[in-house]
Design a protein around this ligand. Structure first.
Ligand SMILES: [Zn+2]
Length: 287
């Protein structure tokens, strides 16, 4: 029996990663993974040893490896159970998620990112001191809670946070809330990236947009494009949504919570404009 054990021990040792750990019970040997090509005989031998017997005989790392091989089998079952429980816990956390937010000044790290991506520039009509970044969670397009950021004029940070809380509580889905992603280099690509954004030092018709003051917010630009004469002008990839098809995730409609939420703080929706329709756009003064 002992010689057979030693033979199997050598086999396991040769092909297994053995780790040494100290526990309160004394020295314990752990094996990371049993030998993939250890034959059935080796495994059978290992499993014949009861844990107490094996511990008593664990005079070498090699013998401990056999003990550990048993442990690995047990822990795999445990891991599967644990993973299942974690999954259920994560689902529960999602289901019970509550809105969380914080408002902060623009720090140096964010300032650098804003400069790199052209979100802010020195000739912008507002200084960084006049802006705030809201960090908050939101429901994404796959029904999960994510954390994102939105930069707005400091005068409206608290009110805008309330708007997003209303949207969160109603589980209105937002595709992205990411003001400084590297993919974004121009205002057009920013919109095609389907980012919901507030402040952005961009121009419109030769003047500063309300976004350049942090006084406008776009929601899901692709699904809610700026439509002129029935055609999605910006972003062009919003074309399929120019006709406002029902049932689209993230669509802003006259009765949607988004319109109601912004209306509650006195902001107006570009979807009510006459000359064109800017379905993504909300602003403090209607422009
Ligand atoms: Zn806009």
């Amino acid at each position: 029996m002992l010689s057979k054990l030693r033979a199997s021990v050598r086999s396991v040792l040769a092909t297994s990663l053995v780790l040494l750990a100290l526990s309160s019970a004394g020295v314990t040997f752990l094996v990371a993974a049993p030998a993939a090509h250890a034959d059935a005989g080796d495994r059978a031998t290992a499993f014949l040893i009861t844990p107490s017997l094996a511990v008593a005989r664990a005079e070498s790392q090699a013998e401990a490896a056999v003990i550990a091989a048993q442990g690995v089998v047990a822990s795999r079952t445990d891991m599967a159970e644990l993973a299942g429980r974690k999954h259920l816990a994560a689902e529960a956390v999602q289901r019970d998620a509550v809105f969380q937010s914080s408002v902060a000044r623009i720090d140096d790290t964010l300032k650098q990112k804003m400069l790199q991506n052209g979100i802010w520039r020195p000739d912008a009509p507002v200084s960084l001191d006049q802006l705030r970044v809201i960090t908050m969670n939101f429901w994404d397009f796959s029904g999960r809670v994510e954390t994102g950021q939105l930069i707005v004029n400091q005068a409206w940070a608290t009110q805008v946070t309330k708007v997003f809380k209303m949207m969160f509580d109603a589980r209105f889905p937002i595709h992205r809330l990411d003001p400084v992603n590297q993919l974004r280099q121009t205002s057009t690509s920013a919109l095609a990236y389907d980012n919901s954004e507030g402040f952005h030092a961009r121009t419109v018709n030769g003047g500063w947009s309300m976004h350049a003051y942090g006084l406008a917010i776009d929601i899901n630009p692709v699904e809610n494009p700026w439509v002129r004469a029935g055609v999605a002008t910006v972003p062009v990839c919003g074309g399929p949504y120019a006709g406002r098809p029902a049932g689209v995730t993230g669509l802003v409609t006259p009765n949607s919570i988004v319109v109601k939420a912004f209306k509650s703080i006195g902001w107006t929706w570009g979807g009510t404009w006459n000359s064109s329709k800017d379905y993504m756009h909300f602003s403090s003064n209607g422009h």
